[in-house]
Design a protein around this ligand. Structure first.
Ligand code: SAH
Length: 413
């Protein structure tokens, strides 16, 4: 008779757990054991580099030798994950004698415990065991977690009702590129204050009773609009609501996020920050351009080009930027790109320096326009480039598109 397992939540904090074996299966189990505070001992002549890293940081103890019977002394739980059947047999046999529960990776039927597919959400641990169908367990776990996140089963909507403001960075536009924490916060909000560039598709998933404040519809004018946003988020939070300030990319990258933090602090409203994938890094990546490349650049500089070079209010030192050699990434710069390219050439960058303009990054309309510093202005006009766009300047563009640019000739050589 094949009985089902009896589920139990083991509290392993501070308790000795022995992992016999140091390969890929051990590498998956060990972090889970560390996360619950177990006193983890890995017994194996060799371990993977990832496990070695955990030894180096003092999170686990490594016994660099084959398994010995004495290893189970004082253990509460043992995991046998070597690729040697005889060793795993010896471990489970001894564990049986010593009455230590034993998990076996090679043959689950010969162990006395099974590892469920585990997930956590807002203080709830979900553990799923099937009849030795690990993929099915994982699929069921994922569906439960998803339902918890979305509030279709009693999840965070019922539990975490603490009022306050959360700044959520939504990433560059594709709704899949928000973080899990960001999505959770969004789905648990009472009020969402969203920007034009925030990934708007996600707003369609919000529960019907959520108040959506569309910043694009607030009165225009930079400072008036920001003052109104600050007022709205503070007022709603003081009224006991959970407010999410939802922006494209990361709220602190040309996103005025810190002004909102200051406004909340002054009003005594608690604020949390959930970072987002910022477009100056993510958009080039999606377009196949690395912002750094070994042997090519040791720096990348992200610049707001919303003011032209020489503008009295500009805080950018274009002469210094021109003297540097690495990648320059321009944001909000479609309007001033030509003047900026001229300033960089005037300051010493080669007119033939490759440039890539990535428009509507991660969106269905995404496209990349290639140019050089010398041709950037006319190119943007010919191609009728409209914001939002990220402009990448430097040799990394040649790395990504070697056929589009002539090879570099070393003029000193
Ligand atoms: N906080 C945002 C940036 C806001 S400034 C972030 O971290 O990404 C707005 C500028 O960001 C735009 O003018 C454009 O230069 C850039 N940008 C944002 N999303 C973009 C996208 N999907 N594609 C191209 N550029 C984008």
């Amino acid at each position: 008779m094949d009985f089902p397992p009896y589920p139990s939540g083991l509290r392993l904090a501070g308790r000795r757990v022995v992992v016999v074996g140091g390969g890929n299966v051990a590498q998956r189990r060990v972090p889970q054991l560390i996360a619950v505070g177990a006193d983890v001992h890995v017994v194996s002549p060799e371990v993977t580099p990832a496990i070695e890293g955990l030894v180096g940081s003092g999170e686990i103890t490594w016994h660099r030798r084959p398994f010995a019977d004495a290893d189970l002394a004082g253990a509460w739980y043992v995991i046998a994950v070597t690729d040697d059947l005889a060793v795993n047999d010896r471990v489970s046999e001894l564990a049986e004698q010593e009455r230590v529960f034993c998990v076996r990776s090679d043959d689950a039927t010969r162990g006395s415990a099974w590892t469920p597919a585990v997930g956590r959400h807002a203080g709830v641990t979900v553990a799923v065991l099937s009849n030795r169908e690990p993929r099915r367990s994982v699929a069921v776990r994922d569906e439960i977690l998803e339902a918890l996140r979305e509030g279709t089963i009693a999840g965070s909507h019922e539990h975490d009702r603490t009022p306050g403001v959360t700044l959520v960075g939504g990433g560059p536009g594709d709704p899949d590129l928000i973080s899990i924490a960001g999505r959770k916060a969004l789905m648990a909000a009472d009020v969402v204050v969203a920007d034009r560039l925030a990934p708007r598709e996600l707003l369609g998933d919000l529960p019907a009773d959520v108040e959506l404040v569309d910043v694009a519809k607030l009165p225009r004018g930079r400072s008036a609009q920001q003052a109104e946003i600050n007022r709205v988020i503070v007022e709603r939070a003081l009224a006991g609501k959970r407010v999410v300030r939802f922006k494209g990319g990361d709220n602190f990258v040309f996103g005025r996020g810190y002004e909102e933090i200051i406004a909340c602090r002054e009003a005594g409203v608690p604020v949390t920050v959930i970072p987002g994938l910022t477009s100056p890094v993510a958009v080039p990546a999606i377009a196949g351009i690395p912002v750094t490349h070994r042997g090519v650049t040791h720096e990348f500089t992200i610049v707001s080009g919303h003011l032209p070079p020489g503008h009295p209010e500009s805080l950018v030192d274009y002469a210094a930027l021109a003297r540097m050699t690495g990648t320059v990434i321009l944001m909000m710069a479609v309007q001033n790109a030509s003047a900026i390219a001229d300033a960089l050439v005037a300051g010493g960058r080669k007119p033939g320096t490759p440039v890539a303009v990535v428009c509507d990054g991660t969106m269905p309309t995404q496209r990349t326009v290639l140019a050089t510093l010398a041709t950037l202005g006319p190119c943007l006009a010919d191609e009728q480039v409209q914001p939002p766009a990220i402009i990448v300047i430097g040799e990394v563009v040649r790395v990504a598109f070697p056929d589009a640019f002539p090879p570099v000739v070393d003029s000193d050589g």
